[in-house]
Write a new protein. Structure first.
Length: 154
């Protein structure tokens, strides 16, 4: 039987037994300190991304802070939060292509240092275009692109 690749929407709704809060392992303490780490579910990342209103932006680090606080954890896993924001963005585009109107505004989510995310649907050019339509001026510094209000804050 051939393998059927999951759609982005299916990936978004596959919780994989998450969220989980675990004790930070000894080898990770140098990076994150002692305490606990939450590995969020994909839908939790999407839910935070959905809260970002037109005119506002959020970084993946702010999403991680909210999820850590929600789960009373010391930190939120940066790897899964990043992957799940990418899945949420692609699922939203998949829904938009299917004619859905109320999609996650993924283009309002920036990387941790406030830059546009080249891994989001359509790359930097698409995110720039969508943010520009909402009134953001995009500034290039070196190879990175920032919405005007966060330029230079890397």
């Amino acid at each position: 039987m051939p393998y059927k690749k999951k759609s982005w929407t299916e990936k978004l709704h596959d919780s994989k037994d998450l969220p989980k809060v675990e004790k930070i392992k000894k080898r990770q303490e140098k990076k994150w300190g002692k305490g606990t780490i939450v590995i969020p579910a994909p839908m939790e990342v999407d839910e935070v991304m959905r809260t970002v209103k037109k005119g506002d932006l959020i970084t993946i680090n702010a999403i991680r802070s909210r999820l850590a606080k929600k789960h009373r954890a010391t930190v939120c896993c940066p790897i899964t939060a990043g992957i799940f924001s990418w899945i949420a963005a692609h699922a939203a585009e998949e829904m938009r292509m299917a004619g859905k109107k109320n999609i996650t505004p993924w283009w309002r989510t920036l990387k941790g240092d406030g830059i546009l995310n080249e891994k989001f649907p359509g790359g930097i050019d698409n995110q720039k275009s969508l943010l520009s339509k909402e009134g953001w001026k995009i500034i290039q510094k070196g190879k990175k692109y920032y919405p005007e209000s966060v330029a230079g804050k890397s």
